[in-house]
Design a protein around this ligand. Sequence first.
Ligand SMILES: Nc1ncnc2c1ncn2[C@@H]1O[C@H](COP(=O)(O)OP(=O)(O)O)[C@@H](O)[C@H]1O
Ligand SMILES: [Mg+2]
Length: 452
Amino acid sequence: MSRPKNQNYKGHGLSKGKEREQRASIRFKTTLMNTLMDVLRNRPGWVEVKDEGEWDFYWCDVSWLRENFDHTYMDEHVRISHFRNHYELTRKNYMVKNLKRFRKQLEREAGKLEAAKCDFFPKTFEMPCEYHLFVEEFRKNPGITWIMKPVARSQGKGIFLFRRLKDIMDWRKGNAGKKLTSLEAQPARSTANPSGSHDARSSDDQKEDIPVENYVAQRYIENPYLIGGRKFDLRVYVLVMSYIPLRAWLYRDGFARFSNTRFTLSSIDDQYVHLTNVAVQKTSPDYHPKKGCKWMLQRFRQYLASKHGPEAVETLFSDMDNIFIRSLQSVQKVIISDKHCFELYGYDILIDQDLKPWLLEVNASPSLTASSQEDYELKTCLLEDTLHVVDMEARLTGREKRVGGFDLMWNDGPVSREEGPPDLSGMGNFVTNTHLGGHLSSSSPALAPSHG
Ligand SMILES: Nc1ncnc2c1ncn2[C@@H]1O[C@H](COP(=O)(O)OP(=O)(O)O)[C@@H](O)[C@H]1O
Ligand SMILES: [Mg+2]
């Protein structure tokens, strides 16, 4: 399916180091009906294309990508919202496989200390193929809690916790359906994917056909940091514009998603206690649509600073930067870096009682549906700023370190907060240009292009 040359594309020559062309209008397409559609429709100069019409910008879903990307011809200026094999990072088993490989490589090349900086994901085994390794590990630590998660689903679907090997044996014999219903999951359809094992990861917005057997068994973090006795995890947004060289932006805003029910380890079957997904929590009888179950990151940061002091918070947030960057580096050489592609990832981070952040998963299609007015505003700004960075309008110089709420975190190396070379502190840790949970209107130079 190749497309004829774009008729609507006029050369005018704006400067961005090289000659840039200015478009009379930008034709966009999307399959998502949520805040994204509002942002795209309100963007000056952008026009919606329906059906088979030609487009310059497509915010597609991952299933479209899998079926069409390989046969779609794209002009130089065209942009699309996923990398071809995004699932290397966004599918739970591949993410762990890539991180384990990267850790080994670091150990070989830079030593144990450097490799230890990748110790931010809980011990994980792919099931059923690593079942025997898992059993070995399980027997070493009797009594601890494990979590089973389907590799390619989202919104807490299909997840269950267990402590006895018997539970997993039942599951292995094909009794997964029983467990799934206990956590209100919809049974997965066991349709094989035509593209083999490397199929795409489902998103917060849609489900995909996946074999029921594909799970990860992961060590359950039994000591989550609690606020008001309740568990939460963080949703943080990272925008990758290129893998080679790695160029990634971190969004200042995000949120903590709380459980409605007080945390306890005595009822491991209660999803309202253990799964912080909004999709799960909003079905809880205690859920108040007005109150919701979210805190913006700024509020969370202030809370922690008042409890533990600013230094502890700085350390926590720089440990999170480490997670974003190392996880991207772990797939840098695996992801097909294509200049037409960008990706807005939603990171799920859990913090434990020692203020250590853990990476739970990375989402290719973080939910863009708003659960409250505040959430609507966050997502609208996030998407507007994403489009500013993608820069279809060719307004940026390419030297910006900040665009709206996005800070350039990595540009083929750490980006310094100040002018000059990057700060390198301590044992090769980097201090990079990030302001997670910082104010959007902070005093650092905002290079946000006007919305007009
Ligand atoms: N290893 C873990 N330890 C503690 N809680 C976890 C762990 N893994 C997942 N969770 C909880 O389950 C939720 C869903 O898990 P996640 O890996 O994000 O899968 P999904 O794709 O269904 O969102 C998380 O938001 C978190 O609340
Ligand atoms: Mg999740």
